[in-house]
Design a protein around this ligand. Structure first.
Ligand code: ADP
Length: 582
């Protein structure tokens, strides 16, 4: 059955098994009172009311009282069932949502090159919400409706024995395949359509996300109309796919209604031919009505489950993605490295594109090395391999002589502080942003790190000092201020290796000077890799590695390279010229 698809997730129900059990029991109470109780009371009550002789008052009132009692049981069962099963369903869903998020935290960077952020957001939020709505809708019906159907069918069987006529059983049996066929057919169509509709929802999210992340550029280049058009086109595609789901979904109830109307007429004609009394006739109608409701609801539930299946597929796409940069089975522990780095004939490629070829170099602990070369030469990739954002295709990267694949990623990354080109801050206070370098740091440690990063003075000058909220991605601070906060974070981390991706955008002279001073301070006693975009920094480097087309073509000091290497000289001269022009 279609529920097989969801079976692995039933394990997550364990912590809420009591609530789930109560919900199940309540569903059974609802079913028994609706499917069996109500037709049974009808059968006995109708003759009492219609017979010419006045019935005994106690008997009449006894049966009359049963009517509200049955309805009360039904209502209570319905509520308790719906609440506790929805409770359990939402509990499971929360686990799934957290599981997807946790999994995303651990997926390698390569995954994010292939999958758009907007689409991933749509999977974590949109698809889980769809699943949640589905669970609530489904659980409302999944236990009590089949049980009611069974109870009402059971009543018809009971009546068949009473009247010694099996036609009612046959009738109940015959209408089942007539209803199940359209349910199956429509269900299959819905999975396909819902998958397409959810993919469009992901696309919509992607367009929105991209738009909101580029608000400045859109205004600067007057792209408003173009963006609106792009959004409108995506909306239209989403609408078209969603309407297809609605079309199939809504076709089901009318089909089932027609089938049940046939069954009802069949039952009536059999009853008339067999001359059944009015009590039995009324109870047959009640029982058939009780069959009709669950069949209709089950059909709709089947559609909802099919839509949920499409969402589950999209979530499992993320959940089943393997970590392509896995930890070793028994990693060698590394508490604090000295900071020797070694690339041994390292080659690397993105998909089919060779990016680094047989790169071989040694960087002793404490050395500051600048990586220089034309754009696209492989400098960033070189640094990314040290952090194990990707694994080498060939060769090996070593820290203190240890292959970094033998160290757990956690231990490895504790040895390295990354200062990115675009300093990324989280929307929190300045203190907490610095604290990310070391969660155990005291306020005094944070202030000390900020002082060393030449950030203390500007932080103190802010109204709320260290408690100032930096805004989304640090938008309330200038580029230079953000950079100094991220340097303070690196100071606090106190890692033996620093990877510094130099900011390309021109900072004002004061900022640049302060950042330069902070970085020199940070570099002391550590191994430093600088991805150099400006040549002002590299004069302080102990050694310069010149990259071209994925290889280190030469290395040396500035003076050595300037006199001996044509590529270096031309890059340097071009830079100095633009610097002068600026
Ligand atoms: P650099 O830092 O020297 O400018 P990179 O290391 O960023 O160079 O890039 C080296 C080459 O790898 C470039 O040709 C670039 O197009 C390619 N590249 C970088 N990132 C990816 C990626 N995620 N997928 C495919 N190719 C990439």
């Amino acid at each position: 059955m279609f529920l097989k698809r969801f079976r692995p997730y039933f394990n997550y129900l364990k912590p809420v098994k009591v609530q789930f059990g109560v919900g199940l029991l309540a569903g059974l109470i609802y079913a028994a009172s609706s499917g069996f109780g109500l037709p049974y009371v009808t059968k006995h009550l109708v003759p009492l009311v219609t017979q010419p002789d006045k019935p005994e008052a106690t008997v009449l009132f006894g049966y009359l009282a049963l009517v509200p009692i049955m309805f009360a049981l039904r209502a209570l069962g319905s509520f308790v069932n719906a609440y506790f099963i929805a409770y359990s369903g939402m509990f499971v869903l929360e686990q799934i949502r957290r599981m997807v998020f946790d999994h995303i935290q651990r997926l390698p960077l390569a995954f994010f090159h292939k999958n758009k952020v907007g689409d991933l957001m749509s999977r974590v939020l949109g698809d889980t919400t769809l699943l949640q709505t589905a669970i609530v809708r489904v659980v409302d019906s999944l236990i009590k409706e089949p049980a009611t159907l069974l109870a009402a069918g059971g009543y018809l069987v009971y009546l068949s024995f009473q009247t010694e006529d099996i036609s009612f059983i046959l009738l109940a049996l015959a209408s089942i395949p007539a209803c199940v066929l359209p349910i199956r057919f429509i269900g299959q169509a819905i999975v396909k359509k819902a998958t397409l509709a959810q993919a469009e929802a992901g696309e919509l999210n992607h367009v929105l996300n991209e738009n909101l992340s580029a608000t400045r550029e859109i205004r600067a280049y007057s792209l408003e109309a173009q963006q609106s058009e792009r959004f409108a086109e995506t909306c239209a595609r989403f609408l078209k796919q969603s309407l297809k789901v609605v079309k199939y979904d809504k076709a089901l109830t009318p089909i089932i209604e027609v089938v049940t109307a046939g069954a009802l007429v069949g039952a009536l004609s059999i009853a008339i031919q067999r001359d059944v009394d009015e009590g039995a006739l009324a109870s047959i109608l009640v029982a058939l009505y009780m069959c009709y409701q669950p069949t209709k609801k089950l059909g709709n539930v089947s559609n909802t489950i099919r839509q949920a299946e499409a969402s589950l597929n999209r979530l499992e796409y993320v959940l089943n993605k393997q970590d392509t940069v896995p930890d070793a089975e028994k990693p060698t522990p590394l508490n604090k490295a000295r900071g020797d780095l070694k690339f041994e004939n390292v080659s690397f490629q993105y998909a089919d594109k060779a990016v680094l070829q047989s790169v071989h170099t040694e960087i002793p602990a404490g050395q500051t090395v600048a990586l220089v070369g034309p754009s696209g030469a492989g400098k960033t990739t070189f640094a990314n391999l040290v952090l194990r954002f990707y694994d080498v295709a060939d060769g090996c990267v070593r820290i203190d002589g240890l292959d970094i694949r033998q160290i757990s990623k956690e231990d490895l990354r504790r040895q390295i502080a990354l200062v990115s080109q675009e300093a990324i801050l989280f929307s929190d206070t300045i203190a907490n942003n610095i604290r990310l370098g070391n969660p155990d740091a005291s306020d005094a440690d944070i202030e000390q790190a900020a002082r060393m990063a030449h950030a203390h003075d500007f932080i103190e000058a802010l109204e709320d000092g260290y408690e100032t909220l930096v805004g989304e991605r640090g938008s309330r601070l200038s580029g230079g201020q953000r950079q100094r906060i991220s340097i303070a974070r690196a100071f606090l981390k106190n890692a033996p290796i620093i990877i510094l991706d130099e900011p390309t955008s021109a900072l004002d002279a004061v900022s640049e000077h302060q950042i330069q001073a902070a970085l020199e301070e940070l570099s002391k006693g550590r191994t430093v890799l600088i991805i150099a975009h400006r040549f002002s920094t590299i004069q302080h480097a102990d050694r310069i590695l010149v990259f071209d087309c994925g290889q280190i073509i030469t290395s040396g000091t500035h003076a050595e390279l300037y006199s001996s290497n044509a590529l270096y000289r031309s890059l340097y001269d071009k830079q100095s010229k633009t610097a002068l022009e600026n």
